[in-house]
Every structure is written in structure tokens, then in C-alpha cells.
Design a protein around this ligand. Structure first.
Ligand code: NAD
Length: 343
């Protein structure tokens, strides 16, 4: 069906302008135009499905509901659904109480807004609840062996005009766009953590993505108040492609003994204006996550010289030192506060 839509759409765009019209032509043109419009799918995003209500998905569901979208929030297991609900509730309460504190909203207004936003979200453990969704944003675990069967199933459950957006950070979108059966209606929709605060969304446009799909997704991103940037299906997209190799170089510099952990971080903060130094950031992201991303890239793109797994990173993860989440990595951590360099 997608191929049919696409060819109709492209043929409309490619039609040469008519320079003269015979007496009966205005009517024929009108009929032809009406037919073409009817054949071109209308990607009007009103209902947004979010699958996976973890760290990222709960934020995506929340910002979508706050922007006025009807949201269908889907999880795989009941406990995860419960904790997704709680996360949404907690984040929304926090946002609204800050607005009250700052005088942007009255307490009564905040309560009304909370009810309104909550009413827009329905929760389900059943993927079939997404059957009427116009856009499905996937934020499930970063594992190709989970994402491929997920998309195969999703493609057969939702309406033919639904658009799919994956929030993957490090996988190749094309690897699961094809199994979904609708690569022409597929984009990467890469949000940043925490979704409620971070203003950027990378829209990854595949060669197959239809222009009308891309425009509809751009409209969605604008309506949720984020800034969109666009790139191709390239590893790490824009931000992580530039950021992760910088973390690697900082680790290698430390390994070679060229500078201390603190000096590397202070240098990049004060010299390059980064809010956080690269080793601090690696600890913050989680060293296991950094290792997972790098190992995946090295395996998939063995000829890319920027993708290297530093031996110090592997050793730290093997020793259970995962950064902030485990209490030690390049730094020793107390909760969310880094205390001192670990070595
Ligand atoms: N954590 C980040 O900073 C970050 C940033 C950008 C993008 N991402 C990407 O977002 C995605 C999710 O990451 P996260 O950090 O939110 O993970 P998470 O582990 O916090 O959440 C994933 C959720 O997906 C659910 N899930 C797993 N399989 C499912 C299925 N088949 N159906 C429905 N739900 C399912 C899990 O129960 C879990 O609640 C990943 O692809 C990740 O690469 C993460």
C-alpha cells in the first residue's frame, strides 16, 4: 500500500505544469486533482502511541500529552506499566509545581492542567491498543533482537497510515524499518534525556521516508516545543557521533597518562565551554552504556577509525564500576554528586 501511495504522490509532484486548457479541461483537472488527493495519505498526527515507559518513553508520552495529543502508552509488563504511570505522574507534578512557584500558574490552574493532561493518556499492556495511532514512538530496550520482532508485530497491528518513530540511540534505523513493512513511513525520533527538559530532537530521515511523513513528524516535534535537526541514518546521528568519540579520546588520553581525570574535564569545561567534562559525562551516562554503544559500532562499522573501545572502559565495566549508577567509575560518586577522581 505504501508503494502505491508513494508513486501517486511522486507522480503528482513530478507532473509538468499545464500551459493551456481546452474548454473541458478545468473540470477534468479538478477531478484528476481530487483523485490524486484521495490517493495520497493524509498524515495528520492527532493520536500518539508510545511504547516503553522507561527513562525516555515516559517523558515522550508526557510531553506529547502536554502539547494536547491523545496518548496511548504501552508497556510489556504490568509492573513496568505501573512504574511508567508513576514516573509520568511525578514528572508532571514537578513541572506544574515549578510553574506555580515561578508564578506562571495558580495552584488551581495547575490542578486543572494536571487533570487535563492525565485525561489525554490511556495506558495498556496490549500493542493492539495502538491500532488507531497516527504516530507510534518506540522507546523499548536498545536491543536489535527485541526491536526487530517488535516492529514485525507492530506493522501488522496498526492502521496503514501510521508513522513509526524509533528513539534508538545507537542502532541502525534501517535494520528494523524494513521488518516493520513500512520503511516509507519510518523515521528515527531521537530524544534526549531528560525529555521534559532537553529541547533537541534528531529526526533521522531514511532514503525511503516519504516527504509527507517527514513533514508530519516535523510538525509533531514543533508542537511539543522541541527543536528538530535532521540527518541520515548514520551511526550515532549527529550528537552521539561527535560526542562518543570525544569521550573515547578523553579515556585514551587518561590511559596514556597525558593528563589527569580532573584536568581533562576542567579543560573541556573552561576551554571548550562544555557544561560537563567528557569523563564526568561518561560516568553520568553509565560506563556500561558507553561500552555497549562502542562495542556495537566497532562490530558493525569495523573500518570507522573514530570507533574504538578503550581498554580502561572495558576494565571498569568488568569490575562493576559503571559510573554514577554504581557509585564509582572515573569518579567516586555519592548519589548524583561526584566526590573525587577514583584513581
Ligand atoms: N537513556 C537515555 O539517555 C536514552 C537517550 C536517548 C535514546 N535512548 C533510547 O531510548 C530507548 C529506551 O531507552 P530507556 O533508557 O528509556 O530504556 P529503559 O530501560 O528505561 O526503558 C525501556 C522500557 O521498555 C519496556 N519494554 C521493553 N520491551 C518492550 C516491548 N516489547 N513492548 C513494550 N515495552 C517494552 C521495558 O519494560 C522498559 O520499561 C532505547 O532505544 C535507547 O537507546 C535512551
Amino acid at each position: 500500500m505504501g508503494r502505491y501511495y508513494r508513486s501517486r504522490h511522486l507522480s503528482t509532484l513530478g507532473a509538468p505544469p499545464r500551459l493551456s486548457l481546452k474548454a473541458d479541461e478545468p473540470r477534468r483537472c479538478h477531478v484528476q486533482q481530487r483523485r490524486t488527493l484521495a490517493a495520497t495519505p493524509h498524515y495528520d498526527i492527532k493520536k500518539v502511541g508510545v511504547v516503553g515507559l522507561g527513562l525516555m518513553g515516559h517523558g515522550i508520552g508526557l510531553v506529547s500529552a502536554q502539547a494536547g495529543y491523545e496518548v496511548i502508552a504501552v508497556e510489556a509488563q504490568a509492573p513496568a506499566l505501573e512504574s511508567g504511570k508513576k514516573r509520568i505522574d511525578k514528572s508532571l507534578s514537578k513541572i506544574l509545581s515549578k510553574a506555580v512557584e515561578k508564578g506562571k500558574m495558580t495552584l488551581e490552574g495547575a490542578e486543572k492542567e494536571k487533570e487535563k493532561v492525565e485525561r489525554r493518556i490511556t495506558y495498556s499492556l496490549d500493542l493492539a491498543a495502538l491500532r488507531d495511532a497516527d504516530l507510534v514512538v518506540e522507546a523499548i530496550v536498545e536491543n536489535l533482537d527485541v526491536k526487530i520482532p517488535f516492529y514485525k508485530q507492530l506493522g501488522s497491528l496498526v492502521k496503514p497510515t501510521a508513522i513509526f518513530g524509533s528513539n534508538t540511540s545507537s542502532l541502525k534505523i534501517g535494520d528494523f524499518a524494513a521488518p516493520s513493512g513500512r520503511p516509507q513511513q519510518f523515521v528515527g525520533l531521537h530524544f534526549f534525556n531528560p525529555v521534559q527538559l532537553m529541547r533537541l530532537v534528531e529526526i533521522v530521515r531514511l532514503h525511503e521516508t516519504e516527504p509527507a511523513v517527514f513533514e508530519a513528524v516535523r510538525g509533531y516535534v514543533a508542537r511539543i516545543g522541541k527543536t528538530a535537526v535532521t540527518c541520515q541514518d548514520t551511526p550515532g546521528f549527529i550528537v552521539n557521533r561527535l560526542l562518543v568519540p570525544a569521550l573515547v579520546q578523553a579515556m585514551l588520553m587518561k590511559e596514556r597518562g597525558e593528563a589527569s581525570v580532573e584536568d581533562i574535564d576542567v579543560a573541556m569545561q573552561l576551554g571548550a565551554g562544555h557544561p560537563m567534562g567528557p569523563l564526568h559525562l561518561a560516568d553520568y551516562i553509565g560506563l556500561d552504556t558507553c561500552l555497549f554503544i562502542l562495542e556495537g559500532w566497532v562490530k558493525k562499522y569495523p573500518n570507522e577509525p573514530a570507533f574504538i573501545v578503550p581498554s580502561s572502559l572495558r576494565a571498569l565495566v568488568q569490575g562493576g564500576k559503571l559510573g554514577r549508577k554504581s557509585g564509582e567509575g572515573f569518579y567516586v560518586w555519592e548519589g548524583d554528586r561526584k566526590v573525587k577522581p577514583a584513581m
